[in-house]
Design a protein around this ligand. Structure first.
Ligand code: 13P
Length: 251
C-alpha cells in the first residue's frame, strides 16, 4: 500500500501574531506540495492562521487538547473548541508534555480517545531518552508507549491516527537519528502495529521527528517505513519548511 507522506510543523511556543502570519503566507504561496501538510501554531494563533490558510491545501492542528469536552478545567482547551477553529489534527504524547508537564500514558490515551470521538487526527508522539537508548531500551520504551494506545482502541479507531517517532535526544539538539537508525525503529513500530492488525499497519503513517532540516530530510524520507516528518525548529523558517515539504513527495 502506498501511504501519502505528511509533513507537520510544530511551532511549539514561538512567534507572534505578526510573524505567524508572515510564515504562513509564504507557506501558502508555495503550496500545494506533493505531501500532505499541516501546521501547529500556538493555540492563541490558531484562529488567525486558520483564516489565512482558508481554501489552501495546508491544514491546521493543535499542539495540545484536554480530554474533556467542557467543565471546570482552568486554562484548558477542548476538542470541540479546536475543531470549531478548523483543526483537523492534534499532537498527543509529545515528549515535552510527557516529561515537563507530567502527562501519563493514561492522560495520553484519554486525549487520544477524545480526538477520535471528534474525528480529529491524533499524531501520537513516542520516543526514548539518550539514557534509555544507551541502555539498549529503545524498543521497550517505544513498545510501552505504543501498546498503551494499541491495546486501548480498536483498529477502526486507530486507523485515523498518525504515529511520530521522536527520539528525545534528537529534539532541538541538531543531532538527528541517522536514516538507518530511525528506519530500524520505524520498522519495529510498524511490526508492532502489524501484530495488532495487518491492514492498519500498512496504512499507518509513521513520521520521524528530531532535528529534521532541509539537509537531512531527503535521506530520512527515502527509508521505506518513514512516511513524513514532524518538524520543530525548521518549521519556523518558511524556506526550510517549504524545502522539507518539497523533498517529501511520496504520494
Ligand atoms: P526539532 O525539529 O526542533 O528537533 O523538534 C522536533 C519536535 O519536537 C517536533 O515535535
Amino acid at each position: 500500500m502506498v501511504r501519502k507522506s505528511l509533513v507537520a510543523g510544530n511551532w511549539k511556543m514561538n512567534g507572534t501574531r505578526q510573524s505567524s502570519a508572515e510564515l504562513v503566507s509564504l507557506i501558502r504561496e508555495a503550496a500545494p506540495f506533493r505531501c500532505d501538510t499541516v501546521v501547529f501554531p500556538p493555540a492563541i494563533y490558531i484562529e488567525h492562521v486558520s483564516g489565512l490558510l482558508n481554501s489552501t491545501s495546508v491544514l491546521i492542528g493543535a499542539q495540545n487538547v484536554n480530554s474533556n469536552d467542557h467543565g471546570a478545567h482552568t486554562g484548558e482547551i477542548s476538542p470541540t473548541m479546536i475543531k470549531e477553529l478548523g483543526c483537523s489534527y492534534c499532537l498527543v504524547g509529545h515528549s515535552e508534555r510527557r516529561m515537563v508537564y507530567g502527562e501519563s500514558s493514561k492522560n495520553i490515551a484519554a486525549k487520544f480517545g477524545a480526538l477520535i470521538t471528534h474525528q480529529i487526527t491524533p499524531i501520537l508522539c513516542i520516543g526514548e531518552t539518550i539514557e534509555q537508548r544507551k541502555a539498549g531500551q529503545t524498543e521497550q520504551v517505544v513498545e510501552d508507549q505504543l501498546s498503551a494506545i494499541l491495546e486501548a482502541f480498536v483498529p477502526g479507531d486507530l486507523s485515523l491516527a498518525v504515529i511520530a517517532y521522536e527520539p528525545i535526544w534528537a529534539i532541538g539538539t541538531g543531532e538527528t537519528a541517522s536514516p538507518s537508525v530511525a528506519g530500524e525503529v520505524h520498522g519495529f513500530i510498524r511490526e508492532m502495529i502489524r501484530e495488532r492488525d495487518y491492514d492498519l499497519a500498512e496504512g499507518m503513517r509513521i513520521l520521524y521527528g528530531g532535528s529534521v532540516n532541509p539537509d537531512n530530510a531527503a535521506a530520512l524520507m527515502a527509508e521505506t517505513d518513514i512516511d513524513g516528518a514532524l518538524v520543530g525548529g525548521a518549521s519556523l523558517k518558511a524556506s526550510d519548511f517549504i524545502e522539507i515539504c518539497n523533498v517529501t513527495g511520496r504520494n
